[in-house]
Each structure stands twice: as C-alpha cells, then as structure tokens.
Design a protein around this ligand. Structure first.
Ligand code: ADP
Ligand code: MG
Length: 707
C-alpha cells in the first residue's frame, strides 16, 4: 500500500481524540492528507526585537525578557483575564490571557528569562501581546530557529490545546518518520521543462524550510501541481464532451433573425455586440456544442445578444430557452423580449414557480407541441416535468447561480436522435454574466467554456458619477435627490442585509424606511427585501418598475439585472459592508438611460484601510474589469461571489488565483498540450498523470461533479 494512504492514527502523537479532531475539523484522515495540509504562513524566528522597538502594527515578533508580576482581573462568573507585566530592560509590555491564564500563572516564573512570541498590539498606550507563545529562553537557540510554519486550526482544536505548534510537531514527526521518497505525481518531462523540484523535496521543505529561497521553490512546485491537475481535469472534461457529443448545426439565417434585424431592432448594435453575435454564429455552425461564456459589464446589452442568438435557433427549426436567477428577472426578460419582438409571430412564454394550474399546463403543452418557441424561466425550467419538442439553445443569465450539474440537466431535454449511428447532439449553451471575472479565475472556474466579451457600452451613456459621503452628512444630499425626482427620475436606496445579522439589519431597514418616508413626504416609496413573500416582493417591485413609486428602498435583492432605465440615483447605505463587486453590481442599476446618473456611497466615519480602498476605486472608475481585478487582489478568490456555487470551484490548498496568475497560465498551457497530444488517454507517456487525475476525481467531490 502507498504509505501516504496510511491512517493518521498510526502517527506517534495522534491518539483517538486527535484522530477524531483531525478528521472532523480539518478533513485529515491519512498521512498524505496531513502532508498536504500546508502552512498558511511562515515567520522568521531568527530575529529578536527589543520591547522598545515594538509597534502595534508589526505582524509577529519575539522578545526575550522576564515577568515582573502577575495581575488578575475578574471578567464575570468563572472567567478571568490574567496579565503578566514583562520587561527586557528597554521597556515594559503586557502579556495577556483571556483564557488559560491560570496555566500561565502556575507555570511561568517571575524573574526567569523567557522567549515570548506573538502579535503585538497597543492597549492603554502600552504594547501587549495576547496569548503569546512562551518558551524557556535558555532552551531555545533563536539563531537556529529559521522559518516557523503556521497552520490554521479551528476554535475547537485551540480549546483542546491542539494548536499550530502541535500540528507542526506532527508534520515534523511524519516527515522524519517517512524516509522513502514520496511518490511523484508529475512526469519528469514536465518537471524539467518548468524547472520544478520533485514532490518529495517540495513536501519536506514546505513544512520545514531552511531558507526563504528553498521555500519559494517548494511552494512553486506544489502550486503548479495543484493548478495543473485542476486544468487537466477541466480540459480533459471539455475534450471528452467534444468527443462524445456533437452540436446541432444552425447554418440557416431566416425570417426570424432577419425580420427582427431589419424591422424591429430599435438601434444600431454596438461593435462589440456584432462581434459576439458573429462568434456565436460560428460556434453554432461548427458541428460542436457551443459552451460560451458571455461577459459584459452591466448595461452592455447582453439580453439583445441572447435574443438574437435564440432567433437563429428558431430559424433552424428549434426552440430556445432563457433562464434567469430570480422570478423578477425572468418576468423582466419576458417583458423585454416581447417588446423587442413586437408583433412578430413568435410565441414566447414564461415558466417560473409562480406560473401554476391551467396556465402552467398550457405552457407545458405548448413546449411539447413546439408552439412555444421561446421559453423564459427560472430554474423551474430544469424540472423533469418540463419537456421540449426541439430544444436547441439555452441561455443562462447571471451564471454564478447555476452550477455545472444544472447545465447538464438541461442537456437531457434535447431531442434524442433516431439514428443511433450519430453522436448524441446537445443544445448550444450561452452563459451570461455581468460579474466580470479576471482571466485567470475564468480559466479556472469556467475553463470548459469559451469566452466572449462585450467591452463597449451602447453609445450615449454618460458614466455614472460616484461620490462618497459620511452618514452624518447624508441630509445634505437630499435636496439633490429631490430635484432628480422632481425632474421625473427615480431613486434606489439600498441597505445591507446579511444572514448573520439579519435581525438587526431588518430593523435598520425598517427604521431607514421610516426616516426616508419622513424626509420625502411628497413622494411614494416602495420597500423590498429578501424576507418578504415572493408575491409581495414582486408587487412592490412592480410598482417601482411601473413608475408608481419614485423611491425604492431595498436590500441587495435588486442586485442583479433589474432594469429601470428611468432610475438615475443609487444610494447605498453602510457601503462599507458591501464587497466591491456587489457595489459595482448595485451601481449598475442606474446609468441605463441617456441621462446623467449618480451613485452615492454612504459610510460610517471610521473606515478600515481596505474599505477605504474599495470606496476609492468605486469613485475612481466605472470599469467592471478593473474593479474585479482589484476585488480579487483585496479579497482573494475564495470569497468571490459565485466561486463556491459555480460547481467547478474547489478548495485550492496552496495556489492563489489572484496572485498566481502566471502559474495558472503555465499549468493550463501544459495541460492543454497533453490533452491535445493524448486525447484518448492511452499514451504510456502520460499514464502517471491520468492515474493521478483519476485518483483526485475519486477523492474530491467537486471534481467528480464534472467528470
Ligand atoms: P445587460 O443585461 O448587459 O446588463 P441589458 O441587456 O439589460 O444589459 O441592456 C441595457 C439597456 O441597453 C437596455 O435598455 C437595452 O435595450 C439597451 N441596449 C442594448 N443594446 C443597445 C444598443 N446597441 N444601443 C442602444 N441601447 C442598447
Ligand atoms: Mg442582464
């Protein structure tokens, strides 16, 4: 048996308790799992500071000194805070324990020299370190300490004293215990082409680095490995799809497309729209299934591109379907499409959870008979009861709410060929998103899709003016807002609502609503939030869409896709609580008409540096791609909206898509080359890689979902 498959309980230092905790808290079951549980940070422990040098914003420091006295403070029933006053002769600082203080008092001796390590902060004008690591100074040689690895642990583990240090000891034991080299997963050829170190060397160094240079090389090797197999998985999947299935050939451009283009299209297409429609047409004629991701900033006119693509499907005798993430959006698409098509003889119907009874049956019948040519819906469309006569094209709007598995369910709705000698054909898929995804992330999340970009807004749009105000000064803006409404415009006012603080947030929204109602007594206000019944929400929303109300007070339920071109002001309260891409999405609700629009970001007075940066970039640019890039850098990809739900996301253990863009590219090129060279996975040259991929697919749920 592969030694790395060995159960973790055989490792000295791991008893039944720790085995359970490793498994439950960190998902570590085997030796191999532990080896791939990488440190998230390293601290150079060869340097010792003096207390006088310390400031509150240093990351981690160590000092040598002694405890002068202990002090204990009561913090409620059976809780105490223990403070040790500590000096090295240059100054005094405090060591603070909120728990475990009793242990400190009993074990650390006054007057004895200790090496203390931790993150300094300032409290009451004095430097303190909370929950420091304390070691007998006579027993450690700091010059030999080198880089100390830090491992994430959970609260539960920390309570049981199973901290980073304990994990460090375990990995060290493991690395020393396993003398035989760890098996290689990547072929020599690939390794030498990219000057990468062996897996064995990398894994040993990564837990136990002697120098920063070694560590960098080890990390590069492990990052490459991780990204390479991700890419191999995606490209392998895409290539299998192409080999197993074909796509319908839509080579006719007929009355539907031409009639619309010549008689109904109310404006010139932008250059970008024309280019994208050309790309889509090429896909549709290629004989392969189209899987295209259409990225375009909010307001760039994706809906029209979707409609024209669907008309091509119709011209070739097929039906088409467009799915939106919410009922409101689906209804809006229906209205937009019907308006665009005007009196053209094309039956367009809506199918959402709200379409019930007789109407629903009518729509279902129409789909089966083929009379319904375009279906607009929500995910209700993927239910098994919904059957099409000839579904040939599917548009998915705002993809990040639809996973790969759901896409696959749609394919099942395509007609089966009667000729068994043919490869099964699948409907073409166009996925649209207004959340611009930086290239490296797109490559990783949607690596099986081709990408088109609409990088041009329809002419005549004025860039939205964005300003930042502190909440104490908000009333000074009310006059401006009032003028806008008197000129016939409408206004959005958004409050945050997140699950963790839902009750308080709802209260804030209600209070905010009352305040606004008093501030604008002459206008009518609507209010929507995610906790309302869908029916009530839709009604309120509709009032705003119809212009019956002038102000819409809402939570982020309006974030995606809502189109009220008459709205010209977006006020976002507590803007510091929103992420960048969310702010950008919200802002995109205005500026959809020809008039000047405004976005006002209202924040509290005290802002963290990161928030400051977010607000600044919003005020500086309207460019979604710049914002997405900044967002990725500020937050890291794990937090990016949609990465969890995309169905192709996987926890990256070491690589960071925001920072490791070059390695992503390197890994992708290499993986592409191999998939091209060995499409059937039979070349002995690559067996090592295919076997490893199989293994990974078996152990990683998310990977399996696409294979
Ligand atoms: P997206 O879905 O990309 O955010 P929409 O499709 O909702 O954008 O389009 C935004 C607005 O721009 C709509 O009112 C649409 O009718 C209009 N529009 C789309 N294309 C053009 C164009 N080429 N010229 C002028 N207006 C356009
Ligand atoms: Mg849209």
């Amino acid at each position: 048996m592969d030694i790395l498959q060995q159960d973790i309980m055989y490792l000295p230092g791991v008893g039944p308790n720790r085995k359970k905790m490793l498994s439950q808290e960190l998902g570590i079951e085997t030796y191999g799992d532990l080896l791939e549980y990488f440190p998230y940070r390293y601290v150079d422990r060869s340097k010792v500071y003096t207390i006088r040098e310390l400031t509150g914003d240093m990351p981690f420091v160590q000092v040598v000194g002694h405890i002068m006295s202990f002090e204990t403070f009561d913090m409620g029933p059976r809780r105490e805070r223990v403070v040790a006053h500590f000096t090295d002769g240059t100054a005094i600082m405090d060591l603070v324990w909120f728990n475990g203080g009793k242990y400190a008092k009993q074990n650390y001796k006054i007057g004895k020299d200790y090496l203390v390590f931790g993150r300094p902060s300032v409290f009451n004008n004095r430097i303190q370190v909370q929950h420091p690591d304390v070691d007998d100074a006579s027993k450690v040689d700091t010059s030999a300490m080198g880089m100390q690895p830090y491992y994430h642990t959970t609260e539960k583990m920390k309570k049981a004293n199973f901290n980073s240090r304990a994990l460090e000891r375990l990995t060290k034991t493991l690395v020393e215990k396993l003398k035989d080299p760890f098996p290689e997963t990547i072929t020599d050829e690939v390794l030498s082409r990219h000057h990468l170190m062996s897996r064995d060397e990398a894994l040993r160094i990564i837990h136990y680095p002697q120098s920063a240079r070694d560590l960098e090389r080890a990390r590069l090797r492990m990052k490459f490995e991780e990204l390479f197999f991700v890419q191999l998985n995606i490209l392998r999947y895409a290539s299998d799809q192409r080999r197993k299935y074909r796509g319908y050939v839509f080579n006719r451009i007929g009355d539907n497309f031409n009639g619309f283009y010549n008689e109904k299209l109310p404006f010139e297409l932008t250059g970008a729209q024309k280019r994208v429609i050309r790309e889509i047409r090429q896909d549709m004629c290629s004989g392969k299934q189209m899987n295209r991701l259409l990225q375009g900033d909010v307001g760039s006119g994706k809906t029209l591109v979707a409609l024209m693509s669907m008309l091509i499907a119709l011209d070739n005798g097929f039906q088409a379907c467009i799915m939106a993430p919410t009922e409101i959006l689906a209804e809006q698409h229906l209205a937009t499409i019907r308006k665009f098509l005007d009196d053209m003889p094309i039956r367009v119907e809506l199918l959402t959870g709200m379409v019930k009874g007789k109407k629903r049956q009518e729509v279902l019948d129409g789909l089966l008979s083929g009379e319904v040519r375009i279906l607009v819906g929500t995910h209700a469309v993927i239910e098994d009861t919904v059957q099409f006569a000839r579904l040939g094209m599917v548009v998915i709007d705002e993809q990040h709410r639809f996973g790969v598995a759901q896409r696959a369910k749609l394919w099942a709705k395509a007609p089966q060929d009667t000729d068994a000698s043919l490869l099964r054909a699948l409907p073409h898929v166009l996925v649209m998103t207004a959340t611009p995804i930086p290239r490296t992330l797109a490559m990783t999340l949607y690596g099986d899709l081709d990408v088109s970009v609409i990088d041009e807004l329809p002419p005549g749009r004025k860039p939205i003016q964005t300003t930042h105000v502190f909440d104490s000064r908000i009333t000074s803006l009310y006059e401006g807002i009032r003028r806008q409404i008197h000129d016939g415009r409408q206004v959005y006012m958004v409050f945050p609502l997140i699950e963790e603080s839902e009750k308080i947030d709802l209260k804030n929204l209600e209070q905010g609503f009352e305040v606004l109602r008093e501030a604008f007594p002459e206008f009518r206000l609507s209010k929507v939030h995610g906790k309302m019944k869908p029916k009530d929400k839709d009604e309120e929303m509709q009032k705003f869409v119809n212009g019956e109300t002038q102000i819409l007070v809402a939570t982020t339920v309006i974030e995606v896709g809502v189109n009220v071109p008459n709205a010209s002001v977006m006020v976002i309260f507590d803007a510091q609580r929103f992420g960048l891409s969310q702010l950008h999405q919200l802002r995109g609700r205005v500026g959809r008409g020809a008039d000047q629009s405004f976005c006002i970001l209202v924040t509290t007075f005290k802002l963290s540096d990161e928030t400051r940066k977010r607000i600044d970039i919003m005020c500086e640019t309207n460019d979604g791609f710049r914002i997405a890039e900044a967002d990725l850098k500020l937050r890291g990809p794990g937090d990016l909206e949609g990465t969890q739900q995309s169905g192709m996301a996987f926890d990256l253990k070491i690589a960071d898509i925001a920072r490791d863009g070059q390695i992503v590219q390197m890994a992708r090129d290499e993986a592409q080359k191999i998939v091209d060279e060995d499409p059937s996975c039979t070349s002995p040259r690559y067996q090592l890689l295919w076997n490893r991929l199989k293994e990974l697919r078996k152990t990683n749920v998310n990977w399996a979902a696409i294979s």
